[in-house]
Design a protein around this ligand. Structure first.
Ligand SMILES: *[C@@H]1O[C@H](CO)[C@@H](O)[C@H](O)[C@H]1NC(C)=O
Ligand SMILES: *[C@@H]1O[C@H](CO)[C@@H](O)[C@H](O)[C@H]1NC(C)=O
Ligand SMILES: *[C@@H]1O[C@H](CO)[C@@H](O)[C@H](O)[C@H]1NC(C)=O
Ligand SMILES: *[C@@H]1O[C@H](CO)[C@@H](O)[C@H](O)[C@H]1NC(C)=O
Ligand SMILES: *[C@@H]1O[C@H](CO)[C@@H](O)[C@H](O)[C@H]1NC(C)=O
Ligand SMILES: *[C@@H]1O[C@H](CO)[C@@H](O)[C@H](O)[C@H]1NC(C)=O
Length: 542
């Protein structure tokens, strides 16, 4: 504040020269304020001041010149002389601007002389500067704001964030504290600092997975999954991860599925990551989105229960389909005689026929429908099963076998009674023989007679009417030789096996053999080489 008193003695005839002078006080002013440059002046007794003026040193090219304030391009009333015409020469500057910074000189004219100050008043124009420490903070971190004035004069300041008063310049950052801060002179809020930004970083929040288009997704649609979040810094593309049913699908904010399939439905979620952890978690999960892919019925099939239908019994046909939502309308059709013509025979998922008759046989199909469409099953044949047909289930075959067997055994029994009188002891053969041959046929069952097989083996499990054991071997007919030998079995309750061999006649062999040894030989030969003899053996197991 160099306050300079410059007394210049000017030799003017008849006037004391020691009293001429101007005293200034230099000033520092904040931009926007009004400031008074204090100034006093003096002159010898006997003079009367006739005019006063202020000028400012302006640099033009390389030399300075004094420009009267009235010649400066400034708004009216920017400079205002607040002094008087005898001692005070103070100057007020309103709404100080940086352009006002500089050196000011005072000049006055008296009745006898004129005087220009040799010294000057310096006006420095400064500003408030706001500083936030740190300028970037993670949510929860401490922030302290300071306001620095360019002038030494202390000044009370207040703080604003985006125009809102901030009460405390030291705080823990929340995400909403981010913004632009400035300080201002208390009571003169227009006099303010430039704004400084406070950046508050935080981990992703409100991580949301959305599906477009919204609403129902139908198989074949194109669907885009978008992960979004509120985060600072914003989540980069590579910071987003998409999951389906807990399995990683891919990186990126958007994921498009063109031609979506049923299998692509499921529980989707995404994660967002921006390098800021939240309570130790780096990857923040979104809410889950259930993607439900709807499709019309496919894989429609009919199951029939039971598989083999006897006339007069009941049958149910069930229609099943795969669809989303589940099919809610099933219709049953039966093909009619005329080609490509069908008759609706029922509705509902199950078609029951309590008593099947010939009119029910034919081709059936069902149609399944849901809101998205319909389709038909393949056709199934409903046919009644008859016993003479081949390929029946085992139970039927067993029944037929037993029936045939019983018939055969009765026939054998009749033959046995008829030829009982011719029974001979020597015909008795060992069980050994029977087992050699009979066992080879055990278990054979299927349609031997129809297939014209050479050998017929039948197992008899019970023979309640079997008479006491006896043995017999006899030629049975003219067309075939029939050798029969019963093992000398013991008890009526035991299981009896019957073996029947039917073979074309071989003329080289004798029709009957009385010697048991020779007979065993012929058995052996017959079993291996000879097709021409037909044997029947009924053995009762021991
Ligand atoms: C976020 O999602 C992933 C993937 O689905 C899962 O493994 C993880 O456990 C989830 N984390 C939390 C905190 O739920
Ligand atoms: C963010 O990541 C960069 C490097 O990728 C690392 O230098 C920095 O410390 C991380 N910041 C935070 C807050 O974890
Ligand atoms: C239909 O059946 C096929 C074969 O069983 C299967 O591969 C396909 O996934 C099924 N379709 C649907 C939509 O379930
Ligand atoms: C099933 O579809 C037929 C048309 O094919 C319609 O007449 C019937 O009302 C539907 N049934 C139900 C239960 O929606
Ligand atoms: C109906 O099913 C048939 C055979 O299963 C298939 O060829 C056809 O494309 C299906 N129709 C529709 C509309 O899906
Ligand atoms: C299913 O079968 C019914 C009866 O034959 C027929 O009217 C309908 O057009 C068929 N629907 C489809 C999709 O094939």
């Amino acid at each position: 504040m160099g306050s300079l008193i410059l007394i210049i003695l000017v030799i003017i005839p008849g006037v004391r020269s020691a009293d001429w002078g101007v005293t200034f006080k230099s000033q520092c002013a904040l931009k926007g304020t009004s400031v008074v440059i204090k100034c006093t002046y003096d002159y010898p007794v006997g003079h009367f001041v006739t005019s006063v003026s202020w000028s400012k040193a302006q640099r033009e090219s390389d030399r300075w010149s004094l420009v009267p304030l009235s010649n400066l391009p400034s708004p009216p009333n920017h400079f205002r002389y607040v002094g008087n015409y005898w001692r005070d020469c103070s100057l007020q500057v309103n709404d100080v601007q940086h352009s006002d910074d500089g050196f000011y000189f005072f000049k006055f004219v008296t009745t006898l002389n004129r005087w220009t100050s040799k010294s000057y008043a310096h006006l420095s124009v400064r500003e408030l500067t706001a500083v936030g420490q740190p300028s970037t903070v993670t949510e929860g971190g401490n922030v302290s704001l300071t306001c620095v004035s360019g002038c030494l004069t202390p000044v009370d300041v207040v703080w604003f964030r985006d125009g809102q008063r901030v009460l405390n310049p030291v705080f823990q950052a929340r995400k909403e504290d981010a913004g632009r801060y400035y300080c201002a002179v208390l009571g003169q809020e227009t006099i303010r600092s430039a704004a400084v930004a406070l950046n508050v970083q935080y981990a992703p929040e409100n991580v949301t997975l959305s599906v477009t288009p919204s609403g129902d997704v139908v198989k074949g649609d194109s669907v885009t999954l978008t992960c979004s979040s509120d985060a600072r810094p914003p989540v980069a593309q590579s910071g987003y991860r998409l999951y389906k049913d807990g399995h990683f699908i891919g990186l990126g904010q958007n994921h498009t599925i063109a031609d979506i399939q049923h299998s692509q439905g499921g529980l989707y979620s995404c994660q967002a990551w921006n390098n800021i952890s939240w309570r130790g978690i780096d990857f923040i999960n979104s809410t889950e989105v259930h993607l439900d892919v709807r499709y019309h019925p496919v894989n429609i099939s009919i199951s029939m229960n039971p598989l083999r239908v006897l006339e007069g019994s009941s049958v149910t046909l069930s229609c099943s389909s795969d669809s989303n939502p589940a099919a809610d309308n099933y219709t049953w059709y039966k093909r009619t005689a005329s080609p490509n013509s069908t008759l609706q025979v029922g509705s509902g998922q199950v078609l029951s026929i309590p008593s099947v008759d010939a009119s029910h046989t034919g081709l059936y199909l069902c149609r399944a429908r849901n809101a998205l469409g319909e389709n038909n099953s393949t056709e199934v044949l409903l046919a009644t099963t008859e016993e003479e047909h081949g390929g029946q289930p085992l139970a039927v075959i067993a029944g037929i076998s037993v029936a045939l067997l019983v018939t055969l055994v009765f026939a054998l029994l009749l033959l046995w009674r008829k030829h009982r009188t011719h029974a001979e002891k020597q015909v008795t053969t060992s069980n050994q023989t029977v087992s050699d041959f009979g066992l080879s046929g055990r278990g054979s069952s299927s349609s031997a007679t129809e297939e014209q097989s050479d050998n017929v083996y039948v197992n008899i499990h019970t023979l309640p009417s079997c008479p006491p054991p006896a043995t017999d071997t006899t030629p049975l007919s003219q067309r075939i030789s029939h050798h029969e030998h019963d093992a000398p079995a013991s008890n009526e309750d035991e299981v009896t096996y019957s073996t029947v061999s039917i073979k074309p006649r071989n003329p080289r062999l004798p029709h009957s053999i009385n010697n048991s040894r020779a007979r065993q030989d012929s058995w052996s030969k017959t079993g291996v080489n000879d097709d021409s003899v037909i044997y029947t053996t009924v053995a009762k197991s021991s």
